[in-house]
Design a protein around this ligand. Structure first.
Ligand code: ASP
Length: 286
């Protein structure tokens, strides 16, 4: 049911990194298209979880982004994707890592959360779970992105729905040339994804750095203590930069509808949908 007292918010990102002008425009367009489509359900009173999964599925299907179709290969030339979802309430979470044969890892992550007692399934076990739950396999060659595509286009979404529920989702093809078996931050609650009753967060950037400082959890702890989300995100990013010297970015939305977009990379493709209006950014300051 629609609760007109609470304005929903949908916020998407298409990755932080060294976007150039032409690709930045394409990434902004991709985020806008996905945002407009996934907004409809939220505007009709649908749950935040549905909306973030819809948005991330569309971004996974868009070969302009390093997630799902368009993923970068690892050192051995293989595509290995990771994804996660998390919802407010009891901090429920689901995630998959090292997915090679399914085009929409975010849907597998959601299935892990909803239909298994576990949080994170990896590799062959995760793919077996996907088979058992009726997901269709695809040819891994259909997932591999263009050879020259950079590896910074992890995708993610956060949302607040009309009933005050928060959700976050993150999906990635990882980092080009990584060692086989490498898992980044994207499928790890507290690192590349977070949602509790205060705030939902999706991160992007150098996964090793994000893991080392538990970037998303750092933001959430500050927000729970009453720090404004923008300040909390800036403080957590300062720590990441100080401790690791690396690049990252994040988007966040709180239970009161406040949003934050913070990164220390050259750009981060984003689109926020408020009242049905889309507002995109990529090379602009956060
Ligand atoms: N965080 C992702 C990873 O390290 C990559 C990215 O966001 O660019 O796997």
């Amino acid at each position: 049911m629609k609760n007109p007292g609470r304005a929903p918010v949908l916020f998407l990102h298409g990755g932080a990194g060294n976007w150039d002008g032409r690709r930045a425009a394409g990434a902004e367009a991709g985020c806008r298209e996905a945002g407009m489509e996934a907004w409809r359900g939220l505007d009709a009173g649908g749950p935040a979880l549905e909306s973030v999964c819809h948005a991330v599925r569309l971004l996974e299907n868009d070969p302009r982004f390093n997630a799902g179709r368009g993923s970068v290969p690892n050192r051995d030339g293989d595509v290995c994707m990771d994804a996660s979802v998390m919802v407010s309430g009891n901090c429920e979470a689901g995630a998959v890592a090292e997915i090679r044969h399914f085009p929409n890892p975010v849907l597998l992550a959601r299935a892990v959360m909803e239909h298994s007692p576990h949080v994170l399934l990896f590799g062959a076990g995760a793919e077996c779970f996907a088979d058992e739950h009726g997901f269709d396999r695809c040819d891994p060659d259909d997932l591999r992105g263009e050879d020259e595509a950079p590896d910074h286009e992890t995708v993610g979404a956060v949302a607040l729905d009309m009933n005050g529920r928060l959700a976050a989702a993150t999906s990635t093809g990882g980092r080009r040339g990584s060692l086989p078996g490498r898992v980044g931050d994207s499928p790890i609650p507290g690192a590349g994804v977070w949602a509790d009753r205060h705030v939902a967060i999706s991160c992007t950037g150098i996964g090793e750095a994000i893991l080392r400082v538990a970037l998303a959890r750092h933001v959430s702890v500050l927000v729970a203590r009453g720090v404004a989300v923008r300040e909390a995100a800036e403080e957590a990013m300062r720590e990441l930069e100080r401790e690791t010297g690396s690049e990252a970015g994040l988007i966040a939305v709180t239970a009161s509808g406040a949003i934050a977009r913070v990164h220390n990379a050259a750009g981060m493709a984003t689109c926020v949908v408020l009242d049905g209006e889309t507002h995109t950014a990529c090379l602009a300051d956060s």
